[in-house]
Design a protein around this ligand. Structure first.
Ligand code: C2E
Ligand code: CA
Ligand code: CA
Length: 534
């Protein structure tokens, strides 16, 4: 016998690989979604943050420029200097104010008083602004980020230049203070920079050349020449990737686990069935089929039984579906055919000439040449007793006929094996098989009979199906006859159709030994006593 478990090892490997692949796909999909959502959420947060920062800085610069403007058209004298110094004192960010006349000379400053400094002696950043002014491309408001002056030593400063009719008003503000107060939301993963004239300053007040960086968000102020940029250090993305990867792994493992569990359950059922077959725990009961007119037993149907070690029996209704799904169903048929053939061959099951032995065969089995081998085996062992083999096509699956299958059926029939349509009138009615001449018998399902007894329309369909099958020369077995009224009804409806019946009314399924005892005793008794009377 084929060892199903080992045959299934490849299937198992295949299923596990498919599970892993599915897990991987789910994981990649969830990781992508997480990254997308995170990025979107981060983008919105950061955009809101820097918009707010730009608005705050614009307000700071606006206040500082209006302080500068207040003194831009005034003559530098002691009085004005005092006012300028008071303004510096009262401003939170401005540290110095100064004035440059239209010729570019420094004429007044809060730090040097009325000291005149000719334009040629002025250095960066004033010299740069003067150059721009001479070139005619200076804006009304300019900013310059510089290293600390003597006014803000060891710190950074932003110099504000306002262009007025009387010259240039300038103010120095404490850039480090701005950095500390306004940009402190920066942290390891997210760095905010104030970008002015080719330099950028971080929250610690450190400045760097403004090299191009990708992946950040920046907003340019609409009022003054500066930008705020948020740059994300690699570690930020690392956190996102790590999160995504974790979700990737967890979802992948979960998918793997569930699919593995499912296939494991499925495959362990297959393994258990294989074990039960190997150890003879799958065995056969047989249920007689009688001629309706005279209660003569004319056949049996072989029914699978799974017997547990504690002798409890599992009904085929419970395990046949699993066996069909796992492909073990055909091994069960193989086992039962071999078992019954052996029992008839060695006399454990003594049947009269012309007796029919029916086996339930799944449609998939009709695609396998092994079924021919089984029929050969059976007929070789039982032909000398005149016993006929019947294959009942169980209607749970479709029988899709093609040339290969028709050839298999032809070879089976050439061995004298008959085919029957099982469960006729149940969900997959089997009506379409009636006309094709392959099947010599129909077995009318219990449910069909039950429905016909309560529903007039179904009654008509049953009546006509039986008449049609009879006209086509088919044997007709009615299954599931449990009581006298059913029998009466059948006898009334189909008096002359040579109907056979199978059901609890005349016999429940027997174990093979019990059947043999019952059947042979009946035959011996009939022979002895009826023959004696004659
Ligand atoms: P089935 O082929 O229609 O077999 C007849 C079923 O009806 C059997 O149930 C039988 O015990 C039951 N039966 C017979 N007379 C009566 C009755 O008067 N009343 C009621 N309520 N039931 C009756 P079982 O043995 O439980 O088998 C159930 C089904 O399992 C079978 O239905 C058949 O489709 C499947 N099966 C059983 N053995 C095999 C097998 O070896 N191979 C395959 N492929 N299927 C099998
Ligand atoms: Ca059957
Ligand atoms: Ca049936």
């Amino acid at each position: 016998m084929t060892d199903v478990f080992y045959a299934k090892k490849n299937v198992r490997f295949f299923i596990v690989m498919i599970s892993a692949l599915l897990g991987f796909v789910i994981a990649v999909a969830s990781a992508t979604i997480v990254i997308k959502l995170k990025k979107n959420e981060r983008y919105m947060d950061e955009k809101r943050d820097i918009s707010h920062l730009v608005w705050t800085l614009d307000t700071v610069f606006e206040g500082s420029f209006s302080t500068i403007e207040r003194f831009s058209d005034k003559k530098c004298d002691e009085h004005m200097l005092t006012d300028m110094r008071d303004a510096v004192e009262s401003s939170p960010y401005v540290r110095s104010l100064g004035l440059i006349d239209n010729s570019g000379n420094m004429v007044c400053s809060t730090s040097r008083g009325m000291h005149f400094i000719p334009s040629v002696q002025l250095t960066h950043p004033i010299a740069d602004i003067l150059k721009k002014m001479n070139a005619g491309n200076v804006a009304r408001a300019e900013l310059s980020l510089i290293d600390g002056t003597h006014i803000v030593p060891n710190k950074k400063a932003i110099v504000l230049f306002g262009l007025y009719p009387s010259g240039i008003g300038l103010g120095t503000i404490d850039a480090s203070l701005i950095a500390r107060n306004l940009m402190s939301r920066s942290h390891d993963a997210v760095k905010a920079y104030l970008v002015i004239s080719g330099k950028k300053m971080n929250a610690q007040g450190e400045t760097f050349p403004d090299t191009f960086t990708d992946g950040g968000i920046e907003i340019q102020s609409l009022k003054y020449p500066y930008k705020i940029r948020i740059e994300r250090a690699g570690s930020g993305d690392f956190v996102v990737i790590l999160t995504a990867f974790t979700i990737f792994m967890i979802s992948g493992l979960l998918a793997f686990f569930f699919i593995y569990q499912y296939t494991n359950r499925f495959l362990s059922m297959s393994r258990c069935l294989a074990y039960a077959l190997r150890t003879g725990r799958i065995t056969a009961d047989v249920q007689p089929v009688f001629m309706m007119e005279n209660r003569k037993p004319v056949g049996i149907e072989v029914l699978a039984r799974w017997i547990l070690d504690d002798e409890r029996r599992i009904s085929p209704s419970d395990f046949i579906t699993d066996a069909e799904q796992s492909g073990d169903i055909n091994n069960i048929a193989e086992h039962l055919i071999t078992l019954i053939a052996t029992k008839i061959d060695n006399g454990e099951l003594a049947l009269q000439e012309g007796f029919k032995v029916g086996f339930n065969i799944h449609p998939s089995h009709f695609r396998s040449k092994s079924l021919i081998g089984l029929c050969e085996l059976f007929t070789a062992k039982v032909n000398r007793f005149g016993v006929r083999m019947v294959l009942e096509l169980t209607e749970r699956g479709e029988l899709e006929k093609d040339d290969e299958m028709l050839l298999i059926i032809k070879m089976i029939k050439s061995l004298g094996v008959e085919l029957a349509i099982d469960d006729f009138g149940a969900s997959n009615s089997g009506l379409r098989y009636l006309s094709d001449g392959i099947f010599g018998c129909i077995k009318i399902d219990r449910s069909f009979l039950e429905e016909a007894s309560v529903d007039k329309q179904t009654g008509i369909v049953l009546q006509n199906s039986v008449a049609l099958a009879h006209q086509l020369g088919k044997d007709i077995v009615v299954e599931g006859i449990e009581n006298d009224s059913q029998l009466k009804m059948l006898r009334k409806a189909f008096p002359a159709y040579g109907l056979m019946i199978q059901g609890y009314l005349w016999s429940k399924p027997f174990s093979v030994n019990a059947f043999n005892a019952w059947y042979s005793c009946q035959e011996i008794a009939k022979r002895k006593y009826f023959m004696m009377k004659k």
